[in-house]
Design a protein around this ligand. Structure first.
Ligand code: DGL
Length: 264
């Protein structure tokens, strides 16, 4: 069974891809809705939240963990790998590789969008450069997370469009070949982001991580099947999560349970 977590809804961008790539694998999703956002917090707090999230998933018997959160992947992956003896995959590597490939066929430019903690870490930029693309810029877009969590995601949502203008208009002339959506919430605002950066390929970090997860699970012989059943846990606001998740996954999400994450 696969464990997946994020601070909230964003990791569902990876769940959609997971269901397509590994349709028979059971999974447990945890959204830390009581403590969102992670992206404006200190490295120490991000690490301590991430350790609790993984302890919770391990207590449910998962065989591997997908960290479907850019903030945790860029600030706490080593901490988690040192603490738990099971495969742990983050969202940096797959997205960086894909973006560098796209840039190598264009003008060699990549733009990383992420939370303040993700941008501060420099991890996506380093990974893109490791894949041979030197011209990487990064911009923090903290307001995108509450917009996504509250459903302000369409081009008719004027407030969301104006906030995106503030973050992205300065990069229109840069015209990146690829834009890494380095926070897993950001694909929900894909239409808005794309409207400011026409001609750029948007790379979903959560979705790209699933290929690495599949390869890791296959190599470690950790694919057990089970019918593809998903269970969802949150640390607060079951109804709100179920409603948003239904809209986003385009399927009913009945099995949502609240858990006291502070006890892990
Ligand atoms: N979805 C998360 C990420 O990928 C976290 C957003 C937040 O909690 O600030 O970074």
């Amino acid at each position: 069974m696969i464990g997946i977590f994020d601070s909230g809804l964003g990791g569902l961008t990876a769940v959609n891809e997971l269901k397509a790539a590994l349709p028979d694998e059971n999974f447990i999703y945890f959204g830390d809705t009581a403590r969102i956002p992670y992206g404006t917090r200190s490295v120490d707090t991000i690490r301590s939240y991430a350790l609790q999230d993984c302890r919770f998933l391990v207590s449910k018997g998962v065989d591997a963990i997908l960290v479907a959160c850019g903030t945790v992947s860029t600030n706490a992956l080593d901490t988690l790998r040192a603490a738990f003896d099971l495969p742990i995959v983050g969202v940096v590597e797959g997205a960086a590789k894909k973006a560098a490939e796209i840039a190598s066929r264009g003008r060699g430019r990549v733009l990383v969008l992420g939370t303040p903690a993700t941008v501060r870490s420099g991890a996506f930029g380093k990974a893109v450069r490791d894949h041979g693309c030197e011209d990487v810029r990064s911009v923090a877009c903290p307001m995108f997370v509450p917009l996504a969590e509250n459903g302000y995601t369409s081009l008719s949502d004027i407030a969301a469009v104006e906030i995106a203008r503030e973050y992205l208009e300065p990069y229109r002339a840069y015209a990146p070949d690829a834009v890494i959506l380095g926070c897993t919430h950001y694909p929900l605002l894909g239409d808005i982001i794309g409207s400011f950066l026409p001609g750029s390929v948007l790379v979903s970090s959560g979705a790209e991580a699933v290929a690495e997860l599949k390869e890791t699970l296959t190599r470690s012989r950790l694919l057990f099947g089970g019918g593809g059943k998903g269970r969802y846990f949150v640390s607060d606001g079951v109804d709100c999560f179920a409603e948003n998740a239904r809209r986003f996954l385009c399927t009913d999400v009945d099995d949502v349970t609240v858990t006291d994450i502070n006890s892990y």
